[in-house]
Structures are given as structure tokens and as C-alpha cells.
Design a protein around this ligand. Structure first.
Ligand SMILES: Nc1ncnc2c1ncn2[C@@H]1O[C@H](COP(=O)(O)OP(=O)(O)OP(=O)(O)O)[C@@H](O)[C@H]1O
Length: 259
């Protein structure tokens, strides 16, 4: 019987998924606490992105449990998962290059279950109120991520780092309790990495827990506690950054795979 952790927001147990007979997730057990920024690391091909794909409902699991905020979400469709407050970002930011930052934020805020197009088209007082609330939230999100100065610029005109921030903003507009961030600093310069870290550090204080995949160990070390290490479709180690870094099994898993 697994020990239940009172502060567990997300409890994944025995999660399995294979592609064409190749087992990519081989019984993953992970607990994510509310109020924490949890790091997920591991060599290429360990199964980290697949784990995000399964947890966010894009890929159904072959077996196992995903309990989030007291609900079983294994196999649930992506919109059910995000409506439950579990929202993800992608390695390569998605979106519409010609839409402005503001339009992006509004779009993803509006893209919520229960949001019907009809009242918006009819222009009822309730839908106007909802639009005004959304606009306020979009501005709040832009300010939180220091995107307010570029709020009217098209997404295509943003720097690589700003695109990453917009991807995070998109997730925040869904009012999540947990965000899954897939390589939030990939391709970003060191100064902006520091800025992204500072923005992420503010999220637990707003009631948003974070689980992030990242290859930049300095970023992980500065931001994440605990750190979970995956290798070959399983969790290999978990603890503080210092403890997993000192773990011989972790060193071995990385050896020769990535400097
Ligand atoms: N839809 C799919 N069809 C077939 N194989 C897949 C699919 N998705 C993932 N895989 C395979 O699963 C394995 C794990 O990939 P995954 O992207 O989850 O690893 P990762 O730990 O995120 O690696 P990286 O750090 O390089 O992003 C890889 O061998 C990959 O080719």
C-alpha cells in the first residue's frame, strides 16, 4: 500500500506506456507537493516528455494511476485534465504568430470548458463582464511575466525568451493548480534564464505548484526542490539537487549520454 502524503497534489503510481512494444514508461511513481517547484531530470529518452504527454491526457496510459487533487485522471481527455487545474506547456511554444501577446492570453483564457461561443456572439452583459475579467487577468499575467511592454506586439516579434514566457503565460491563464513546464529555458540566454527562474519562483506563493523538465543543471539547482531523476522509464532517485547529484546511480545513468 503506498503511503499517502497529505500535501500531495499529484500522485502518479505504476504509470506505464509502450510504443510499438517498446516500454517507455515502466511503472513510474511520482509525488508532487502543493507549494513546491519540483524538477524532473534524466538523460535523453528517459521518458520525461512522454510522462508529461500521458499526465496531460495527450497519450493514454497502458496502466497505472494519476491522482490529482483527489481525482483520478488516468486516461482523461486533455480538456478534462486542464479543467481540473493541471496545465502544461510544450518544448516548442505553440500559438499563432500574428496574434498579439494580449490576444494569445485572451484566447487561452477563453479556451476553458464551460466557455461557450454563443453568449460571446450574442454580446450579453454576462459575456461582456467575462471578457472584462479575462482582459484584467491577461494584463495581470503579462505584468507577472514582464511582458506588459510588448503586450500589443505580435508573437512572431518576440525574442526567444519572451516566447517562452508567453508559453508560460498561456498556461497561467487557465488558472492552474499545477503547471507542467517542458524545458522552459531551452534556447534562452543566461540573463533571461535568470528572469524566467525569478518568475517561476513567484508561482507557489500564488497557489501554483510547478513540475518542470530541464536539462540546464544550474537552473534546476537554483530553483527546484525536490529533484526527481528518471532513467529508462522509471524514477531512479529523488531528493535535493545536491543529494541526487551525489548519487552514483544518477552519475552512471548520465554517463556518456550528455556532458
Ligand atoms: N508517440 C511516440 N511513438 C513512438 N515512440 C515514442 C513516442 N513518444 C515517445 N517515444 C519514444 O519514447 C522514448 C522516450 O522519449 P521522451 O521524449 O519521453 O524522452 P525524454 O526523457 O523526454 O527525452 P529528452 O530529454 O530527449 O526530451 C524515446 O525513445 C522516443 O522515441
Amino acid at each position: 500500500m503506498p503511503v499517502t502524503d497529505a500535501a500531495a497534489l499529484l500522485s502518479i503510481t505504476g504509470l506505464r506506456r509502450a510504443f510499438y512494444g517498446l516500454e517507455v514508461l515502466r511503472g513510474v511513481d511520482i509525488t508532487v507537493r502543493a507549494g513546491a517547484i519540483t524538477g524532473l531530470i534524466g538523460p535523453n529518452g528517459a521518458g520525461k516528455t512522454t510522462l508529461f504527454n500521458v499526465v496531460s491526457g495527450l497519450v493514454p496510459p497502458d496502466g497505472g494511476s494519476i491522482r490529482f487533487a483527489g481525482r483520478e485522471l488516468a486516461g482523461a481527455a486533455p480538456e478534462i485534465v486542464s479543467a481540473a487545474g493541471l496545465v502544461r506547456t510544450f518544448q516548442v511554444a505553440r500559438g499563432f504568430p500574428r496574434l498579439s501577446v494580449f490576444q494569445h492570453l485572451m484566447l487561452y483564457g477563453r479556451d476553458q470548458p464551460g466557455e461557450s461561443l454563443l453568449p460571446a456572439l450574442l454580446g450579453s452583459a454576462a459575456s461582456r463582464r467575462r471578457e472584462a475579467e479575462l482582459a484584467e487577468r491577461a494584463w495581470d499575467t503579462a505584468r507577472l511575466l514582464n511582458l506588459q511592454r510588448v503586450i500589443d506586439n505580435p508573437a512572431s516579434a518576440l525574442s526567444g525568451g519572451q516566447k517562452k514566457l508567453l508559453e508560460i503565460g498561456r498556461a497561467l491563464m487557465a488558472e492552474p493548480r499545477l503547471v507542467l513546464l517542458d524545458e522552459p529555458t531551452a534556447g534562452v540566454n543566461p540573463v533571461l534564464k535568470g528572469e524566467i527562474a525569478a518568475h517561476l519562483r513567484a508561482l507557489p506563493g500564488r497557489g501554483i505548484a510547478v513540475l518542470l523538465i530541464e536539462h540546464d543543471m544550474r537552473f534546476i539547482g537554483a530553483l527546484c526542490d525536490p529533484v526527481i531523476v528518471m532513467a529508462e522509464g522509471r524514477v531512479l532517485a529523488e531528493g535535493t539537487f545536491e543529494s541526487v547529484r551525489a548519487d552514483a546511480r544518477v552519475r552512471e545513468a548520465y554517463m556518456g549520454v550528455r556532458a
